[in-house]
Design a protein around this ligand. Structure first.
Ligand code: FAQ
Length: 332
């Protein structure tokens, strides 16, 4: 795996996976998947499998990177030094997740520079959740509790994804996201058990983040374009609606324990299904945030463009250093 694209042309060439397009080879590939084989970077794979992984892994990486911004908004205003340290460490973890994920995607033959260029040009997607604002400290608790909670529900099955480099990256990511979820729930617990004003802050944040968190699992199964093929390839192990339901069932009792109300008048326990029924998600809002960036989309991209520009000299220095080392090694 490569953390930055510092490979020589020869190395890049040898890392390119073989592409499978012939029908017979597709069958062979599918048999490997059905057998539970793990696909590695240099294995033969259908071009569509490779492209779909680049799409999903790079979107996931962009989400981790853009996902630092709503929380970064609170680093200078965290209520105590301890909270500031925890928040800084969490944000740093998200940067690390982005790094593993870009590295995993690079094993499929797309450079990190190209993936980042797609993000900065607005071509690539990232999770809609990060286009919602974080105006109060309670939002930092809610992001940990709900956003990391939804992320970990979605990502635990990805630890068994058929593509090895992605699956392995997910193991560590999930451990860290679980910890993030608990730190967020602890922030919300302190607020919910605090003064009436603090509890109101926690409730207001839950009201704003509940529905966008449910949207993190993607469109309903009937509208999901990739689910069926991706489940066949064992990239996805469960459908969007299955994972969303799992998240709802785990989270509603957590809200009840805190004395907070889920902002859904139709939420009720369904004895027969052994699950909660929930109200209809506003899919118009979901697609509008994807298309237009919602409240914060323009700011998020502006911030990432500024970071790319300000960090250009660091990348140039790293390249120059790598080239110098390579020349030294060739001479030695
Ligand atoms: N936002 O056919 P499907 C995190 C797009 S990480 C934007 O169902 P698929 C950590 C989808 O790309 C959060 N777009 O797609 C953190 C597709 O568009 P395309 C990110 C979305 O891939 C926490 C179209 O809709 N996690 O939170 C969204 O089978 C706290 C049709 O959808 C991952 O990326 C959305 N919510 O299933 C960081 C996990 N949903 O490409 C900081 C890995 C769908 O055809 C702080 N990804 N779309 O133009 C996945 O599991 C899947 O890609 C899904 C979507 C489940 C997200």
């Amino acid at each position: 795996m490569y953390s930055t694209d510092l490979r020589t042309d020869q190395e890049k060439k040898s890392a390119d996976p073989q592409v499978l397009d012939d029908a017979k080879l597709w069958d062979t590939f599918q048999s490997r998947i059905d057998n539970g084989d793990v696909i590695e970077a240099k294995d033969d794979m259908p071009e569509k499998y490779r492209q779909t992984l680049i799409r999903q892994i790079s979107q996931h990486a962009h989400s981790e990177i853009v996902g630092q911004l709503p929380e970064g908004n609170w680093v200078t205003r965290a209520p105590t030094l301890k909270r500031k340290l925890i928040l800084l460490a969490k944000i740093q973890d998200e940067a690390g997740h982005g790094l593993y994920l870009y590295s995993a995607a690079e094993t499929l033959g797309r450079s990190r520079d190209d993936m980042v260029a797609d993000l900065l040009s607005g071509k690539a997607k990232y999770s809609t959740i990060f286009n919602y604002p974080t105006p109060t400290w309670a939002d930092i608790g809610t992001i940990g509790w709900l956003v990391d909670g939804a992320a970990v529900t979605n990502q635990i099955p990805l630890c068994r994804c058929s593509y090895g480099p992605y699956a392995r990256a997910m193991v560590r990511v999930c451990k860290e996201e679980s910890f993030h979820q608990r730190q967020g729930y602890e922030i919300v617990t302190v607020l919910a058990q605090g003064t009436l004003a603090q509890k109101a802050l926690a409730q207001d944040s839950l009201n704003r983040f509940w529905w966008p968190s449910l949207m993190m699992f993607g469109p309903s199964d009937s509208a999901s374009t990739h689910s069926s093929q991706n489940m066949k390839w064992k990239i996805k192990r469960h459908s969007n609606d299955e994972l969303r339901q799992r998240f709802v069932d785990a989270t509603v009792p957590q809200a009840e324990f805190l004395g907070l109300s889920i902002p859904d008048a139709d939420m009720r326990w369904n004895e027969e299904r052994g699950s909660y029924d929930h109200g209809e998600i506003n899919w118009d809002e979901f697609w509008a945030v994807i298309k237009d960036g919602g409240i914060c989309g323009k700011d998020r991209i502006r911030a990432r463009r500024a970071a790319a520009k300000d960090g250009q000299w660091v990348r140039a220095a790293a390249h120059a250093y790598a080239q110098k080392q390579e020349t030294k090694e060739r001479v030695a």
